[in-house]
Design a protein around this ligand. Structure first.
Ligand SMILES: *Cc1c(COP(=O)(O)O)cnc(C)c1O
Length: 233
């Protein structure tokens, strides 16, 4: 077995265990393989073990891989920072966008989503640790942004995403994830009856267990699957 296949098996076991510990069904937590900086062959290898969802951060790199892997039935998630002049290819090529951090971006994705495709699934990214340097919507602004997004016909608001401030302490890791769970519950209260708010995209290689304990439905895992990234390549 290759390293990627082995690592995927270990990560899936960790998700199973964390779900059991949280008294949650393992079917409620899905694994997004974060494949930034990885080449198309590495993704193909992961696909062969059954992995279907891949997350990408850099637009040009991801478009290259989407073209190279067009023979595979992959669900593509954009999870990186979005410049407003780059929304069109994202609206055209992705199934999900996790990193929508302002209304203007949602509006552009809505306007540029091709008519023959289903609505684009999005998460609103929340600046949950209140870090000035981080992107994301501040919790107190969430409802206002969400109301705007609910009105967009080509956007399907699925939930919330966050990248909390890093810490190794499991107890501290859980606090921002717990806040995310509360925010999603608040969003349910203002959502139209047709909404399907079923997603908390949170948890990475270093804090996956804590995220699952607090209700993550998508964990975004890169390093634990593909190894440490080498940006010099
Ligand atoms: C890179 C990245 C991940 C994966 O992080 P790892 O620590 O490698 O698991 C998850 N989410 C986002 C938004 C990322 O940019």
């Amino acid at each position: 077995m290759t390293n990627i296949a082995k690592n995927l098996r270990i990560v899936r076991e960790q998700i199973n265990l964390a779900s059991q510990n949280a008294h949650r069904s393992v079917n409620d937590v899905s694994l997004l393989a974060v494949s930034k900086t990885r080449n198309a062959d590495e993704l193909r290898e992961a696909f062969q073990t059954g992995q279907r969802d891949f997350g990408e951060n850099y637009l040009q790199e991801s478009l290259d891989k989407i073209a190279l892997l067009s023979d595979l039935d992959i669900c593509w998630h954009f999870i990186g920072p979005i410049q407003s002049n780059k929304t069109r290819p994202i609206a055209e090529s992705f199934h999900w966008v996790h990193s929508v951090d302002r209304l203007k971006i949602a509006q552009r994705l809505n306007d540029q989503r091709p008519a023959h495709l289903p609505p684009l699934n999005i998460c609103l990214q929340i600046n949950i640790s209140g870090e000035e340097s981080k992107s994301g919507i501040l919790p107190e602004r969430l409802n206002e942004v969400a109301r705007g997004v609910f009105a967009m016909p080509n956007i399907h608001l699925r939930g919330l995403m966050a990248i909390p401030a890093a810490t190794d302490d499991p107890a501290l890791q859980r606090q921002p994830f717990a806040k995310m769970k509360t925010l999603l519950a608040q969003l349910h209260e203002i959502a139209p009856t047709t909404a399907c708010l079923d997603t908390l995209s949170m948890g990475m290689s270093g804090d996956m267990e804590a995220a699952i304990a607090e209700g993550a439905t998508i964990v975004r895992i890169g390093t634990a699957i593909f190894g440490v990234r080498d940006y010099s390549k």
